[in-house]
Each structure stands twice: as C-alpha cells, then as structure tokens.
Ligand binder design. Structure first.
Ligand SMILES: *Cc1c(COP(=O)(O)O)cnc(C)c1O
Length: 233
C-alpha cells in the first residue's frame, strides 16, 4: 500500500531543506501534485493530507476527475495542449505551464478573447534542444517574445522546462540554471517580470528548488509508479 500522506510529507520536507540550503523561503515554492493516470479516489487521499494544487496533462482525463472532486482545488495543466482542447481547458485550469509555441499562444489568446477569459500561462522551453520534445528553443523565444507580448489576453508569468531524462538529479542542474538565466535575460531585454519557474519532477525537484524553481511538478514520489498508457509510449 502506498502511503500518500507520508509521501507528501517527505516531498514537502525535501523542498523545505533544498530551499533552506539555497537561502530561499519554502513558501516561495509551490508543490504541484501530478495526478495524471491516478483516479479521483487516490487524489482524495492527497487532499486529506492537505494538498490543494494538482497537475494534469490530458484535458479529458482532468475534466472527468475535476467533476468528482471538491471545487476548492487548484488545477494546473502541464501537458502538450492540442488546439482543439483549448476551449475545454481554459475554464478548468488556473495556470497552463506548457505553452510551447507562438502558434498555440495565439490560438489560446483568440479563444480567451471569445470566451472572456484571461489565462495565466508559462512558456515551455526546450532547454536541451531535443527533437522529441515540445517547447521554444531559447533563441526562438528571444525572437518571438515581442509577438507573444502583443497577445493581450495572456498573462505570461514565467518559464517551464522538462530536462532530458537522466538517472542522476545533478544532470538536470545545468538545464535549471539555463532556464533561470534565460528568464533573467528576457526580463532585462523586455523590461518585464517573469517570476515563475516551473522545473523539477520526482527525480530532480530538490536540485530545481536549489536553482530557483517556484513550481515543482511531482507525481511518482507522491502517488507511486504510473501504469503506462498507450499514448505515453
Ligand atoms: C508526468 C509529468 C510530471 C511528473 O513526473 P514524475 O517524474 O512522476 O514526478 C511532471 N511534469 C510533466 C510535464 C509531466 O508530464
């Protein structure tokens, strides 16, 4: 049996420790419990342990789950958002971590306008330039931020990344540093604030907190291993 409360407490403690090591305040780091593939009754155990912020990567799955759960929860979208799901997604999620192209941002802006919404978003950066991953390359983002900033319905609050899979948490550190430095450069260049850095998953969230993460997205360390879905293969 998985003890979700014990897992959550362990993750919270590690976040607090990593924050302390790096002279940060633990309250500046939000733990997003990634509930994808886990049913509502499992999510309820986390709610019982005081968790209110949850991450999902599929709109349909999230919508079904959200209907079954208390309305005070806060849901974050962390997956690749398909254009035909935008209208469904916008009312469900308080933050979209994974806006991965100018084209998608434009589509979200248009639908937000039609539906009278002001979505909060992060821009996903493909930090290692992996062909298999979604996200802006750093240079592309620098070139396209001007256009992104004209999208008046969007509140662009920061950056997100998913570093290459690695056994060692330390392997992610350079990518977290790169994301933070890219953020700092963009803030300077465009005279704007990008306060949120969404980085760190089960294997590397402590390192991410040390390097400035304000949002960590943790699934396995809280809920245990996921059963593989066909769409994840
Ligand atoms: C699944 C997922 C996570 C959580 O991964 P774990 O390794 O289980 O913590 C975090 N971020 C994104 C974008 C994901 O898709």
């Amino acid at each position: 049996m998985i003890n979700i409360e014990a897992n959550l407490n362990r993750v919270r403690n590690e976040i607090a420790q990593a924050a302390q090591v790096s002279g940060r305040n633990m309250t500046d780091v939000e733990l997003v419990a990634v509930a994808k593939t886990h049913p509502a009754e499992i999510v309820r155990e986390a709610i019982g342990a005081g968790q209110v912020v949850f991450g999902e990567s599929k709109v349909q799955e999230a919508r079904a789950k959200i209907q079954l759960l208390p309305s005070n929860l806060r849901w974050h979208f962390i997956g690749h958002l398909q254009k035909n799901k935008i209208r469904h997604a916008l009312p469900l999620f308080e933050l979209i971590h994974s806006v991965d192209s100018l084209n998608l941002a434009q589509a979200i802006d248009r639908i937000a306008h039609e539906d009278g919404l002001h979505p909060r978003i992060l821009l996903e950066v493909n930090v290692a330039g992996e062909g298999s991953k979604f996200g802006f390359k750093a240079a592309t983002l620098q070139a396209e931020l001007e256009s992104l900033l004209t999208l008046s319905r969007l509140s662009i609050e920061g950056l997100m990344c998913i570093p290459p899979l690695a056994e060692e948490a330390e392997a992610s550190r350079r990518y977290f540093v790169e994301l933070r430095e890219l953020r700092d450069a963009l803030e300077k260049q465009f005279q704007m604030k990008l306060p949120q850095l969404s980085m760190g998953m089960t294997n590397d969230y402590s390192v991410a907190v040390e390097e400035g993460a304000t949002l960590v997205r943790v699934g396995t360390a809280i809920f245990g291993e996921r059963r593989r879905r066909k769409t994840d293969l």
